[in-house]
Design a protein. Sequence first.
Length: 338
Amino acid sequence: MSESLLVAARSGDGAAFRELVEPHRAALHLHCYRMLGSYHDAEEAMQEVLLRAWRHLDGYRGQAPLLHWLYRIATTSSLKIIEARARRPGTIAEIDYLEPYPDRLLDALPADSDPAAAVERRESVSLAFIAALQLLPATQRAVVILRDVLAWRAEEVAVLLESTVPAVNSALQRARSTLRDALPGGRRRPLDAEDRRVLARFVDAWHRRDISGLAALLREDVELRMPPEEGLEFRGRAAVLEFFATVPADGALDRIPLVPTRANGQPAVAAYMADDTGELAYYGVMVFAVEGGRIATITGFPAQWSPRLEAALGVRPDPQATARHHGSGAGTSSTSRS
């Protein structure tokens, strides 16, 4: 970090401040997402992080890397959002706020030279891990992210949370126990050619309304979830196929073009459906967990709960699909920019 850049930013030079923090934006955004489980809330948290960093830059003494200081601000900003959520009427649980995280934002992070670090990054952003984090009390969540993901020392975490080292270590053990119970599947493999093949076959079968083709891609114990929609959870291949055959567009799956994409290091699709004008409008996202060549879980996020995700995912429906939809009431193919 350039000392002259820091001096200029402290003197009120906005361009210098932006140049100072820009290399860290992607990491800070991901940290807020891990804390909050929501792309939308991570966006809001980042605005607060940047505002507080700008206002309090004189408080940075250079005793630790700038990113370390910014992580402190991001953590406390996220904790304030979690506290505010709890006061909102109708809030049931933190899991209500779960949203996927576009891989194109993960691609903006600096590359890991250490293969083990790359594996840890994939695991610490998987949808299952993010969902499990949201089950933890806010302080435990902060502790496990700071200690196990960012590798902070217990003493540093204790100072940030205005706690003690024994209290931090105790919170970490409780958090790890909860995560072990919630994540029995072990380590995830990286996204690979198998995932892409399964995804391509799923999209093809969906567009052809081929229920038997979809069935061949699903594990017998497959689960379909749609947080935060209450009651929309289906377990087992038969239940999931029944849902596909009857609910989306009354089973006319070819009326919902799918766009392959990636989220949380996992294969995903963005879905579209015709609006009142006949144009294809963003409908939602499905994120898949693939195990042994078959789909083990599908997590759906309707557009009304995650309206900003389409832009973040960098997807759009194929104009040819729109034309086909106008002509025949169905769109059968799509492309991706991601």
